[in-house]
Write a protein that binds this ligand. Structure first.
Ligand code: GDP
Ligand code: MG
Length: 288
């Protein structure tokens, strides 16, 4: 008898959802950042161990729909909740958030799948604080996605809640998404890292060409920004910034792909893409 199902990781921005997914899958799939909103679409990781397979959805934060990008993020997160067999509701041990998932997500009724409350970042609080948190949430599972502490127990708990089912994917698969998709995410992550707060949230990335028949693998990627001034910042003096982004991103893609990469990186201006539904769709932020 095997068990398999969809495990959706939900919670506010910055609680460590992407870090937990990477920890569960044992691979860096989802980009993580100290800046909230770094995950824009749902990322799927697959964890197969023994007789159980978890198809793990990372979700964008459940945000207030302020502008269109955030609305598509929110609907992706809500969809991942509907599809779930088990929901992990993540909160931050250091932040005193007392809302339930249904409250935080503004749901009309509680989700149909069982919800496991996971308190993350146990490494970031004092032992006394941790004890107080444990008394406050007697049913929660306490973990540190960063150090891996408690994650094995969490996986055992999840396993017990999965429905009996054939495996949904071959046991060796790590993700349902392609290296090409992750290449774009890694370029975007690197740009966010190197830009600091200069070009916040205006960066999108698309891989236009991904040729595995060449050696090194040829990857042509476009970074989109919203304004000319942002393009100048991204390129930097004599192209220094974009070269440095390209070099760091190339190394990350090589680690993921396990092969040499030639990264051909370009910057384009797409005015107000975050408020333009056509552009959002083209950039892969689908709304249903
Ligand atoms: P998400 O927005 O919920 O996907 O959060 P991320 O996974 O991107 O993490 C947000 C920030 O919290 C990053 O800087 C992570 O390194 C950090 N973080 C995540 N998990 C932990 C943890 O268990 N302990 C500590 N100290 N930091 C963490
Ligand atoms: Mg994330």
């Amino acid at each position: 008898m095997t068990r398999a199902g969809i495990v959706t990781v939900a919670g506010k921005p910055n609680v460590g959802k992407s870090t937990l997914l990477n920890r569960i899958v044992g691979q860096k799939l989802s980009i993580t950042s100290e800046k909230p909103q770094s995950t824009r679409d749902r990322i799927v990781g697959i964890h197969t161990q023994g007789d159980a397979q978890m198809v793990v959805f990372d979700t964008p934060g459940l945000l207030d729909p302020v502008y269109e990008l955030q609305q598509t993020m929110r609907s992706a997160a809500l969809r991942a909740l509907e599809d779930a067999d088990v929901i992990l509701y993540l909160t931050d041990a250091g932040a005193r958030d007392t809302r339930t998932l249904a409250e935080a997500a503004g749901l009309d009724s509680p989700p149909k799948a069982p919800v496991i409350h996971v308190v993350n970042k146990t490494d970031s609080v004092s032992r006394m604080q941790l004890k107080a948190e444990m008394e406050r949430w007697p049913d929660a599972v306490f973990v540190s996605a960063l150090t891996g502490d408690g994650v094995k127990d969490l996986l055992d708990t999840v396993r017990g809640r999965l429905p009996e089912s054939e495996f949904l994917y071959p046991p060796d698969d790590m993700s349902t998404q392609s290296v090409r998709f992750f290449a774009a995410e890694l370029v975007r992550e690197t740009a966010l890292e190197q830009l600091g707060d200069e070009v916040p949230y205006s960066v999108a990335c698309v891989v236009e060409e991904f040729r595995e028949d060449r050696s090194p693998i040829y990857v042509r990627a476009l970074i989109y920004v919203e304004r000319d001034s942002q393009k100048k910042i991204l390129i930097g003096s004599k192209g220094a910034r974009i070269r440095s982004i390209g070099e760091a991103a190339r190394k990350k893609i090589e680690t993921l792909a396990g092969a040499k990469i030639y990264l051909d990186l370009w910057v384009k201006v797409l005015p107000n893409w975050r408020r333009d539904s056509g552009a959002l769709e083209r950039l892969g932020y689908k709304s249903r």
